[in-house]
Design a protein around this ligand. Sequence first.
Ligand code: AMP
Length: 609
Amino acid sequence: MAVMTDVSTTGAALRSPASPPAVAVKELDAEKLRFIEEMTSNVDAVQERVLAEILGRNAETEYLAKCGLAGATDRSTFRARVPMATYEDLQPYIRRIADGDRSPILSGHPVSEFLTSSGTSAGERKLMPTIEDELDRRQLLYSLQMPVMNLYVSGLDKGKALHFLFVKSETRTPGGLPARPVLTSYYKSDHFKNRPFDAYNNYTSPTATILCADAFQSMYAQMVCGLCQRLDVLRVGAVFASGLLRAIRFLQINWEQLAADIEAGVLTARVTDLSVREAVAGILRPDPELAELIRAECSKGDWTGIITRIWPNTKYLDVIVTGAMAQYIPTLKYYSGGLPMACTMYASSECYFGLNLRPMCDPSEVSYTIMPNMGYFEFLPVDAAASGGDASQLVDLASVEAGREYELVITTYAGLNRYRVGDVLRVTGFHNAAPEFRFVRRKNVLLSIESDKTDEAELQRAVERASALLRPHGAAVVEYTSQAYTKSIPGHYVIYWELLTQGPVAGGVAVDKDTLDSCCLEMEEALNTVYRQSRVADGSIGPLEIRVVRPGTFEELMDYAISRGASINQYKVPRCVTFPPIIELLDSRVVSSHFSPALPHWMPGQRSD
Ligand code: AMP
């Protein structure tokens, strides 16, 4: 896709002369682009104003009073008095709010709900307090996406977006506040439900299909609607790459039923939600020709380029493929026949951060520009973070240096103060005065298939718990490593085990198959709630697999690493492997492989503390 103009000019010059959109849209776009220019040109002044506003609103809070801020709203007092905080530091405050204490603890504005992050603490989702007007800020950031995209791709108002959007189950805290993922909160808000018609954000999915909490019914209905409007579809997407791949997998499994429904013009009885049925009825018509096309394309057994075969007018995939999602790029290329992938936004439950101002760039080049109006942002250099880090080492948004890596630390309107998000970002350049950041990694994440984030300690605990099942068999795990296996959809965790067994055993396996299968499930039971929810409720992670490798394999692994320059003294077994030759080596030594025979336990609703 040719870039129509460079975004690094001023708002007025951003307009593409090649395809002038309608006048009203043009004006609205120009206004949004001017806003981006203004924000990114005055980063430091905006940040100073945002901090003063946040501290002014939250001046009476227990937290800031404890910090000794005494109502001050200036940067220097803030810097001197407010420490950096982790979730664990804030948990006692958060627990009180969750339990129903309505006094101004963290925020001067009432906490309207909790957003359940995919980041976990002690195995449970983190609960992020939020306030009503955060929705306005989120909506503002969303509203900037298409004006930027229109600079690069023309005619997006002439068709629709097949965007697979989902809500998840929600619960209430003991004090009665809703606790749900940020996107669920957004889609259920009036901001989304009652949004005015926007030709640039015209989805093929009726709102009722998005708001249906049943994952199967929601996906089925969205897929039917996307198929029926296939020629209108100009972009195909989901929030994350894993979500889009799940949709493709869904099509692989359900195309026969989908084609039958389209042929008859009648929705399967498996979709029982009345509001969904009603919404789909407005779109689904008997269309034997379309049904035939779906059958012809899906029965070939060859799924290369299926997205463009079914939705031939798709210009790009609208999907995040940065961070942990980068592992899905080759698979998405395969299914889309190499369509461009646009990563438009960088956001979290704690705060929405910013935009990619060059959304059609190659995934490896994606950088996000943090918008200084969204919150107050500071940066801890990673070398300082490695040695614990303290608040005196924090750098302002306007003062970060190109080429350096930082951990993101935020202060939000909702009352997080100097909170360590856990994301590591590298400064790649500047848009006006605003730094652009490449997402480097999430701290301490070893394995991730979709929103799950498993760290080394969690994996270690899971291995320990499962290996207890080996003890009665006189066996133990001597070494292990892991891999996020994403060649199949859904992906799954693969854990390589080298066992020590008593007495000489051919092949090194003295433990029976059933026990090793049970070890897989035992490991899953030990993993965090996000992992288990993905397995049980969403089906977005497949059964965990243990691959037993023959004795001596991990020594070979060490020899290989040393042959490539690792120091013998400092060599440590990697707890996760991604380098293809290492994976090949491990796979060539596998003596048996085992899958989790059942789903682990997971209940909707979590401990809300
Ligand atoms: P959650 O708290 O569940 O909303 O997850 C937010 C986290 O998802 C962020 O802190 C990042 O680690 C990750 N994330 C969000 N947007 C992106 C993106 N565009 N690229 C890479 N990682 C992202």
